[in-house]
Design a protein around this ligand. Structure first.
Ligand SMILES: [Zn+2]
Length: 215
């Protein structure tokens, strides 16, 4: 008897086809484009980054990175919830509009959150003379009953009261120390939320050098 084992491959539900970067001018190939021996490799599928499968994939990746970060980081990590007051939302919206943001809804909420985080970490960096290592994700008020807020992790050796002082946009609730277990709990959020864009690319644990939020 033959038993077939199907391994469920997880793939984006709505992949897009893009031109294979291997055959485009890049720093890596220094303008020397290799010969395309087979036309079928001209286009390759990439994930949409929005569908449930893409989000689950991202969540798994973040989980691995954060676990590693927690193991290797000597600073204390806190589980954070950051909220916005009405006045802050209005103010941040004005700043976003000044920066030429013409979108609304989902994109605007994301922009508001990243502006707030940027100012928060910038002030910290200027006054404390060091960067604030953080990983924050936005929870958007999709349901209409919930308001835009942030959850995430912040690593620091400074007193946690200082975090509250620096978060001027609303309430800063500092939770318990982060463990590997709470990290997997938070990365599960990624499947339904959005990582604040500026931060997601900055927390590149693999290079270990770059401070999150630093310019
Ligand atoms: Zn997708």
């Amino acid at each position: 008897m033959v038993t077939f084992i199907y391994r469920r491959t997880r793939m984006c539900l709505y992949p897009k086809l893009i031109m294979n970067p291997k055959y485009k001018v890049s720093k890596k190939n220094k303008g020397v484009i290799p010969e395309m021996k087979d036309k079928r490799v001209m286009m390759i599928p990439v994930g949409c980054n929005r569908c449930m499968e893409c989000r689950k994939k991202k969540s798994r990746e973040w989980n691995v990175r954060l676990q590693e970060e927690i193991r290797n980081q000597s600073m204390k990590g806190y589980f954070m919830t950051l909220t916005f007051s009405d006045a802050s939302i209005v103010k941040l919206m004005e700043i976003a509009k000044k920066e030429g943001v013409d979108f609304d809804g989902y994109e605007l909420d994301n922009k508001i959150a990243s502006l707030a985080v940027r100012r928060f970490t910038e002030n910290w960096r200027v006054q404390k003379k060091k960067s604030l290592r953080h990983w924050l994700i936005t929870e958007l008020g999709h349901s209409g009953t919930e308001r835009l807020h942030l959850h995430g992790l912040i690593w620091t050796d400074e007193p946690k009261e200082d975090l509250m002082k620096f978060w001027k946009w609303g309430i800063c609730d500092t939770g318990k120390f982060v463990s590997e277990r709470s990290a997997s709990y938070i990365t599960k959020y990624v499947t339904k939320m959005d990582v604040v864009k500026d931060e997601s690319k900055d927390l590149d644990v693999s290079n270990g050098q770059k401070e999150v939020g630093s310019q």
